[in-house]
Design a binder for this molecule. Structure first.
Ligand code: FES
Ligand code: FE2
Length: 362
């Protein structure tokens, strides 16, 4: 698999990005008071860290003085010091607190200068960063922002896992690949999943939700082998999959007390590349040892199949071919583009006026 930086060279056209929202930038476990970390998000180079008090922070990785990356400097768990002229910044606010070259003859007040701090919160093992529209300036009131997303959980005790994969395509291709039902039997062929020969017609119910759509389904009293393995039998299984702008897919499976929950996001790393992150939690098989390792193994194989396919797709997309979306298998992708366009234009109309059924073979 190519490294993330090599992926940029492989890619096709950029996507238009949605700003003024939260995106996962990096695993929160990588942030420490001893060392700064870097990440790319929406084409913005970020420097991130954790204060000795535990709070995490993110700033544009550019000194406001001459633009050298702040990550080239020093961090003591409280202040970031620029490597070039030693300006010191409080990283949560970005406020400049010290300009070593100033003398009593200067009237410049350092605290009037800010590095580009971005709102940053820790949730579900990730540092979520709020990315304002280009040129919007500093976000002063974090409390006024919409809440960052959270993985839904339904009991106090559960296990969890996460997976991540860089994709060489723009965020739109990553998202429509994620919601595409027709690739399953081809891309995810495996003895433990299914084969192309198992394709059959399906009917799925969709309904509009704010900024997205929901696919819902009930399996009355499922006695199928996978559900029995999960320790579920004779109970109604309810599955809900929500897609919500800008990039979130929530899947919830519930049967009585048992539940599985995942939040998958496709995040623009640059306008041409993206990254898929899956966070999952469950209270099924809690008593079985090694289940997290097994779940991660199969989950990682599954994501690697999508990743491999998108690496191959990127080879085609470099030539900017004209593409098509068909009914009904590509209908969720059409809704995604319509929802995104409405959001970019500041309209609040919705492509679904009510519940609909879609039919496809997969
Ligand atoms: S470039 Fe950072 S202090 Fe001058
Ligand atoms: Fe897939």
């Amino acid at each position: 698999m190519p490294a993330p930086e090599e992926l940029v060279a492989l890619t096709g056209p950029p996507a238009v990005l949605i700003y003024d929202d939260w995106y996962p930038a990096i695993r929160a476990g990588e942030l420490s008071p001893k060392k700064m970390a870097t990440a790319m998000l929406c084409g913005i180079p970020l420097v991130l860290g954790r204060k000795s008090t535990g709070e995490i922070w993110a700033m544009r990785d550019l000194c406001p003085h001459r633009g050298i990356p702040l990550s080239a400097g020093w961090y003591d768990g409280q202040r970031v010091t620029c490597k070039y002229h030693g300006w010191q910044f409080e990283p949560c606010s970005g406020e400049c607190q010290e300009i070593p070259s100033l003398t009593s003859h200067d009237h410049l007040e350092p605290t009037k200068i800010y590095a580009g701090a971005l709102p940053c919160v820790e949730r579900d093992g990730y540092a979520w960063v709020y990315v304002p529209s280009p040129g919007a300036g500093r976000v002063k009131d974090i409390a006024a922002l919409p809440a960052p997303p959270r993985l839904p959980t339904f009991s106090d005790n559960f296990r969890n896992a996460h997976l991540t994969a860089d994709l060489p395509c723009n965020v739109d291709h990553g998202i429509i690949g994620l919601m595409d039902p027709a690739h399953g039997p081809f891309v995810h062929q495996a003895w433990w999943w299914r084969s192309a020969a198992s394709i059959h017609e399906k009917t799925k119910k969709f309904e509009p939700i704010p900024q997205g759509f929901r696919m819902s389904g009930h399996t009355p009293s499922s006695n199928s082998a996978p559900y029995k393995l999960m320790g579920i039998s004779g109970e109604q299984v309810t599955t809900t999959i929500d897609f919500v702008l800008p990039n979130r897919r929530y899947e919830t499976i519930r049967a009585g007390e048992k539940w599985f929950s995942s939040l998958t996001t496709v995040t623009p790393v640059t306008p041409q590349t993206c990254r898929i992150d899956v966070i999952a939690a469950w209270n099924v098989f809690r008593a079985v040892p090694f289940v997290t390792a097994i779940a991660k193994y199969f989950g990682a194989r599954f994501i690697a199949q999508d990743q491999q396919t998108m690496v191959e797709q990127a080879r085609g997309l470099r030539f900017n071919p004209s593409l098509m979306l068909i009914d009904d298998a590509d209908q969720p992708a059409k809704w995604y583009f319509a929802l995104k366009q409405a959001r970019l234009e500041g309209r609040d109309d919705h492509p679904l006026s009510g519940p609909v059924e879609l039919h496809w073979r997969s």
